[in-house]
Write a protein of this length. Structure first.
Length: 210
């Protein structure tokens, strides 16, 4: 029997192998039109990412805020009066941090500086009061349809709140209210989507990303 003849491995040029496996990245001159297009695309993507992040944070803040209203809604009313709405704002929202703030003050020894937590809580109180004085946006619980839709909220989906009608109220004039965002839920009349306020909201969304 003839001895086994060793098989030689095919010779590969390491230079050719390296050049074929390595992809060359295209480099554009900084002042070229292509480089400008890529830069504008990157800037737009960054703006879109930032806008998405802000929207998520805003949606979660809205859910936390309206969760306070959801928990104290009277079960047997079809709509709140403005007085009832203001009462909830005061009793459930404005004073939500008062107990913790008082505890921070009680724990502080006489002559000692305020803790960071105490200062933050005081700033939140001042900001909330100023927002309420100048105009606070809230789900329109004075509207029977909106209140009925609000009761269906499972408190786990912030996006659902974005479909409900909102009004603006303030502490300077307790009898004042104004629709600041039209409802987009399918239960609302279709004509609401075509209202000037709805078109204005859509235009503002486009401006944010342009």
């Amino acid at each position: 029997m003839a001895p086994n003849t060793p098989v030689r491995a095919a010779h590969r040029d390491p230079k050719k192998q390296k050049s074929s496996s390595t992809k060359k990245e295209k480099v554009f001159h900084p002042d070229s039109r292509k480089a400008g297009q890529m830069n504008r695309k990157a800037v737009r993507k960054e703006k879109m990412d930032n806008l998405t992040k802000k929207r998520k944070n805003k949606a979660q803040d809205s859910a936390d805020f309206h969760g306070l209203f959801f928990d104290v809604l009277p079960p047997d009313v079809e709509a709140l009066s403005l007085d009832q709405l203001h009462q909830i704002i005061h009793d459930s929202w404005l004073i939500r941090n008062d107990a913790e703030l008082e505890a921070e003050r009680a724990e502080r020894r006489k002559g000692r500086p305020k803790s960071m937590r105490e200062m933050n809580l005081e700033q939140v109180r001042l900001r909330d009061n100023e927002t309420y004085r100048t105009g606070l946006d809230v789900i329109d619980l004075t509207d029977p349809l909106t209140l009925a839709l609000f009761r269906r909220w499972d408190q786990s989906d912030p996006a659902y709140l974005e479909t409900l009608q909102c009004i603006r109220v303030n502490s300077a004039n307790l009898s004042f209210s104004k629709i600041c965002k039209v409802g987009k839920h399918g239960a609302y009349p279709i004509s609401q989507e075509d209202s000037p306020l709805a078109q204005e909201d859509a235009a503002m969304d486009l401006d944010k990303v342009s």
